[in-house]
Design a protein around this ligand. Sequence first.
Ligand SMILES: [Cu+2]
Length: 270
Amino acid sequence: MSRRRSLTLAVVLALLAIGIGIALSYAIHWFPAQAATQARNTDRLYHVLVIACIPIFVLVTAVILYSVWQFHMRPGEELKDGPPIHGNTRLEVLWTAFPAALLLGMIAYSFVVLHDNEKKPAREIHVGVTAQQFAWSFQYPPAVTGGAPVESDQLYLPKGESVQFRLHSKDVIHAFWIPAFRLQEDVVPGITVQYRATPDRLGTYPIVCNLLCGIGHSLMRSAVHVIPPAQFQAWIQSRLRAAGQGAGASPSATVAGAPSSTSTAGAASK
Ligand SMILES: [Cu+2]
């Protein structure tokens, strides 16, 4: 086969591989459900990066395979040296400038998406997240409950409302991860870490500690329940009532325990 024809064949195969790669990146569902606005932004970013990377991967692989195919040593040439060439300045400028521009573009787009995800919305509620070996607990301050603070071991959030989480650790470093929100943040003892999300899909999704924190690390899981705002208010009210009825109810009494411990909360849990 002439070199021209084999080059055409290589280009056609490369284009085919790019098409298959991009089709696969769409056809396969790589991620869990998207349950927050931030998740949609993050997934779009991921898709753009994958689609930008597929042609690069194919180009590099195609050049390597083409060179192996066309320029390998034939029998009897084992002791021959390659031709003494100086290089190609134009090519070298191109293969430095093009990846640099591409990389800067991807960095700029990532920055914009992450910046958007962390932007302070006009209205948001605050929820405390406390990590300890090996459990999560969630604190709703009076500004959210309209009464005494409420504590829960499951996270309840109203759909469509922005939440700023304030993460604390009582012992070692943990990582607060809600895969459905596509966000993860280290929870470091001694400091308060902030983390924002706007849940926009009803349902129950896992909360995972994603940093090895000790022997019970794999059990350090909880769940986030995204519920309609009215149901969220009902859940808060049921928690306040349960706290009021508790033995020695003090104004600062908090309620911990299974969310289904009262019938109202059970109904609110989905
Ligand atoms: Cu852990």
